[in-house]
Design a protein around this ligand. Sequence first.
Ligand code: ASP
Ligand code: MG
Length: 421
Amino acid sequence: MQVFKFGGASVKSAENIKNVVSIVEKYRDSSLLVVVSAMGKTTDKLVRITDSYYKQTGEAFDLLESLKQEHFDVLHALFPADHPVFDDIANTFVEIEWILEEEPQDEYEYLFDQIVSVGELLSTKIVAAYSSYMGQPTQWVDARDFILTDNSYREGKVDWEKTEEKIRKELPTILDEYIVVTQGFIGSTTENFTTTLGREGSDYSAAIFAASLNAENITIWKDVPGVLNADPKWFDKTELIPELSYTDAIELTYYGATVIHPKTIKPLQNKKITLNVRSFVNPEEPGTQIKTTNQTLPVPSFIFKVNQVFINIQPRDFSFIVEDNFSHIFDAFHKNRIKINMMHNSAISFSVAVDDTGENVQSLLEQLEKRYKVSVESGLELITIRYYNQQTIDRVLVNKEIIRELKDSYTCQMLVKDKDE
Ligand code: ASP
Ligand code: MG
């Protein structure tokens, strides 16, 4: 069996949904489980609705109304007006309306998952209904019956044992008869409360299903031709990497390549399941295969992260940075949900680069300043080159000044800022 994953861009319009369903029809050559993300920018909009509701700013219902309109526009373009999917989608929106009608009592993280998860319920109901309407035997499945997590809302940790057991027991018989369409990104606690797996987590969901079902392969369909050696946003010319080892793929995503969610690869590597990254725009192209191979990257790969803050931390008494300080420092990062993109320590200081996420970084700094001398520089860029050489370094450093540089045999990371004119 195979697993396909379609992201938000692939289902953002009626036209795109038609394309997804035609790919499913054409490129399934065994039983197939299809994981779908929320349509277009739906998740961002649901986050805004959650924020507005939680802070009671009064816009939540209007925002919801416009999101509803977008979904209904798509329905009208796909189905005749008497199709049951209209009621199904209306009822799914009612789940959010019920929450919004009451004053917020619960913690933000919990509310976030209850509201934001609806995006994937909507998109999958539409895709499944359209696939059936096009004559393919299709079954919509609720991922929350299968992907079981703890109650870390917004970042649910998967209980692999329970999840695998559930998936293996119930899904294969359905897959014998139907194309299964299910949600990425969402799961459930054992008490049946909805959780989410972290932003952009649908790739990870697809990997969980693929690993549990011992799939032959998994294909992530994207709006790019495959894994490229750099994001086309940064370079005029990029190169497609036809074949990539699991290790290189893990390294690239760890350093911030956004083409695949970083958690996706490990479970596939454990089961030796090939991961294809292909274009939903040109589905006949082979794209990239991620698998067991001794092949190193054929070309150096570049990852750019803008909007970085450099934080330098020193104990106030200039004592050495010792283990006790480290555990305190890492705890502060963890509590504020801040991921470290680069770190370096010396005898008397510890420094990191992180994404400038605003509020969280402020709260982190306040916490650190209670105990340490902290200096901060923002507006920086982090450049990572996998399989670097001097020529590639020179290429990215034009008009840039290096603030910190870290190198190992394969990877070079440089934190830089624009040179003053
Ligand atoms: N819809 C979710 C998000 O935008 C999950 C995903 O797209 O992978 O974060
Ligand atoms: Mg998305």
